[in-house]
Design a protein around this ligand. Structure first.
Ligand SMILES: [Zn+2]
Length: 168
């Protein structure tokens, strides 16, 4: 990953950023099949969450483990590791470049999550390592359970109590 030419790298990055990444399509197809109706990349919500499920008052984010640093959080000064994901590797060269990029991504994700919780959304974060064929069913079942719970609660209970991360 760290030995590719700048040209190739920028192509890889724009492919990663594109909206219809495969794991996200997988999640959307699952939701549709299960009868959940949703909006994709809603521009009216700051941070443009991947999937909005109005009936559960929930936002579902599908995050690539490498780019979004699965297992890492921002402690106000630096990235710190809280869980181990084999896909969140650190390229050996260009450390400064990657560190800056990862730091920016994690900080941005955390800022958006804080905004969404503040606005009363439930937030479910799915990591791509949990959507590989061997783990997919379990991860999607987890998501379905969360959405069920949130949709039953959404009329009565306080919202946005936590960001829930699954699929690791
Ligand atoms: Zn992961």
């Amino acid at each position: 990953m760290d030995t590719v030419s700048p040209d190739t790298r920028s192509r890889m990055m724009s492919a990663i950023r594109s909206r219809d990444t495969k794991p996200e399509v997988l999640v959307r197809k699952f939701l549709w099949r299960e009868g959940w109706r949703f909006r994709v990349c809603d521009r009216r919500i700051e941070g443009h969450p991947d999937i909005v499920v109005p009936r559960a008052h929930a936002l579902v984010e599908v995050r690539g483990c490498f780019w979004h640093r699965h297992g890492w959080t921002w402690d106000g000064r630096k990235l710190v590791q809280e869980a181990v994901c084999g896909d969140a590797t650190w390229p050996k060269s260009n450390r400064a470049f990657w560190n800056g990029k990862f730091r920016k991504n994690v900080k941005r994700d955390e800022r958006h999550e804080a905004l969404w919780l503040e606005a009363g959304w439930h937030v479910a974060v799915l990591w791509t390592c949990g959507l590989v064929p061997a783990k997919r069913d379990k991860t999607l079942a987890w998501l379905a359970k969360k959405l069920d719970k949130w949709s039953l609660r959404s009329a009565a209970a306080p919202r946005g109590f936590a960001v829930t991360r699954g699929g690791a």
